[in-house]
Design a protein around this ligand. Structure first.
Ligand code: X6L
Ligand code: MG
Ligand code: MG
Length: 152
């Protein structure tokens, strides 16, 4: 799962989401990232990637993600606009889902530095061939979220 926030107390929104995710086994480092897409002038994001070891189905994970976004009082103001919390499902094992409201693997994950750089912390083998020399531009490591499961 990918977590992002660029509105309000970004770090708290991510921490709260992390606490609310089930079966977390690893958390990437934390990155401050230039916004990609959306309206001009929106603020930088904090992003990280989280690994779960779970029996939940993709659809159950989507419900979890949406509940966490609701708990962060996420408002949908404009497409790709600033948000308190974004929780996206990147990969679920080797499952494929192609529904109107849910696509797994996440269709645009492979060209986004704010996804691939943190994903490389947890699963470097997955991003081999996608991490080109440009992908890390606008992605700055700023520490990590606290929590017992943080991978050293
Ligand atoms: C052409 C046109 C190329 C659109 C790319 C890419 C649009 C990504 C939207 C695109 C395009 C997005 C985050 C973000 C968003 C985030 C950072 C999106 C949707 N979410 N930027 N922008 N972190 N850094 O979590 O990802 S909005
Ligand atoms: Mg997103
Ligand atoms: Mg999303």
């Amino acid at each position: 799962m990918s977590l992002g926030s660029n509105l309000g107390d970004r770090r708290s929104y991510l921490s709260d989401a992390l606490q609310g995710l089930p079966d977390v086994v690893a958390v990437s480092k934390l990155y401050e990232t230039d916004p990609v897409g959306g309206p001009p002038g929106q603020g930088a994001y904090l992003n990280c990637v989280v690994e779960l070891r779970t029996k939940l189905t993709p659809r159950e994970l989507l419900a979890v993600a949406q509940a966490l976004e609701s708990a962060a009082a996420r408002a949908r103001v404009e497409r790709w606009g600033p948000r308190t919390l974004d929780v996206d499902i990147l990969l679920v094992g080797d499952e494929k889902v192609d529904d109107p409201d849910l696509t797994i693997p996440h269709p645009r994950m492979w060209e986004r530095g704010f996804v691939l750089v943190p994903l490389a912390d947890l699963a470097p083998e997955l991003v081999v061939g996608f991490l080109d020399s440009d992908i890390g531009r606008g992605v700055r490591r700023v520490g990590r979220l606290d929590g017992p499961q943080a991978r050293p």
